[in-house]
Design a protein around this ligand. Structure first.
Ligand SMILES: NC(=O)c1ccc[n+]([C@@H]2O[C@H](COP(=O)([O-])OP(=O)(O)OC[C@H]3O[C@@H](n4cnc5c(N)ncnc54)[C@H](OP(=O)(O)O)[C@@H]3O)[C@@H](O)[C@H]2O)c1
Length: 225
């Protein structure tokens, strides 16, 4: 298969790249370099929110990973914070899909997007990211309807995951323990665990799934414990 993983150099995106078969052709986009890039990966260094996207022929999937965790009380959140969060979480995905959706339609392709458990359960200080990720969930369902029957569009909604994005939340043993403790299953996630779900959504078994928001959240989104 031929994949584009936007944000494939770090965190969950990198774990997805590492878990796809080496026989697949993988294109990645991020602002920085791809450290220790395998030979089946072609990397483009650019900012998905503003730079021109490269022409890539024959794509069969897009996974859009860039996101933000900008946690502040509403009084401290500026209008610019909301716009910045919307740009990276939503508009980058929109730009990617607009650029490549025609090939995806021709190839019975797959789109995987990312939300957060904080779009399902109200959490203090999450107003900006929850607004953007709720938009991603709406985009998922609308595009799933519009691009059916040729393209599936699904969204993964994780809780705290051990990646560079969450490094502040998981900065020491105390915060790690407190984070795990807040979840019914008493754990937070590792990037590879979320990557496995993405890989499932890119595979044959998920061909009957579209328009789904799939929680992987150690119980946080559904259970009170
Ligand atoms: N980690 C969590 O706790 C958590 C929880 C809930 C939801 N999520 C969601 O899961 C998704 C993946 O998160 P993650 O933790 O793996 O993120 P991450 O560690 O920050 O990795 C993000 C990737 O996107 C790239 N990227 C960021 N901004 C970019 C831009 N403007 N242009 C191009 N590439 C850009 C980064 O590379 P460069 O920096 O080099 O550009 C990196 O490769 C996100 O949508 C996030 O909101 C994460």
């Amino acid at each position: 298969m031929k994949h584009l993983i936007v944000g494939g150099t770090k965190g969950i995106g990198r774990a997805i790249v590492d878990r796809l078969p080496e026989t697949d052709e993988i294109f990645t986009i991020s602002r920085g370099a791809f450290e220790q890039k395998p030979s089946h990966v072609t990397h483009f260094s650019l900012d998905i929110t503003k730079d021109e996207l490269p022409d890539i022929e024959g794509l069969e999937s897009i996974v859009y990973c860039p996101g933000s965790i900008n946690l502040k009380p509403i009084g401290s959140l500026k209008e610019e914070d909301f716009l910045e969060d919307f740009n990276i979480n939503v508009m980058g995905a929109v730009r990617s899909i607009k650029k490549y959706h025609r090939d995806l339609k021709r190839n019975n392709g797959k789109i995987v997007l990312f939300s957060t458990v904080a779009a399902k359960i109200g959490m203090p200080f999450h107003a900006s990211v929850a607004a953007s990720k709720s938009a991603i969930e709406g985009l998922t369902k609308s595009l799933a309807a519009e691009l059916a029957p040729s393209v599936t569009v699904n969204c993964i909604s994780p809780t705290v995951t051990n990646t560079p994005l969450a490094s502040q939340l998981l900065r020491n043993d105390k915060t790690k323990e407190a984070t795990a403790e807040r979840h019914p299953l008493k754990r937070y996630l590792e990037a590879v665990e979320v990557a496995d779900l993405a890989r499932f959504l890119l595979g044959e078994t998920a061909k009957n799934m579209t328009g789904q928001i799939i929680g992987i959240d150690a119980g946080m989104g559904s259970i009170k414990s």
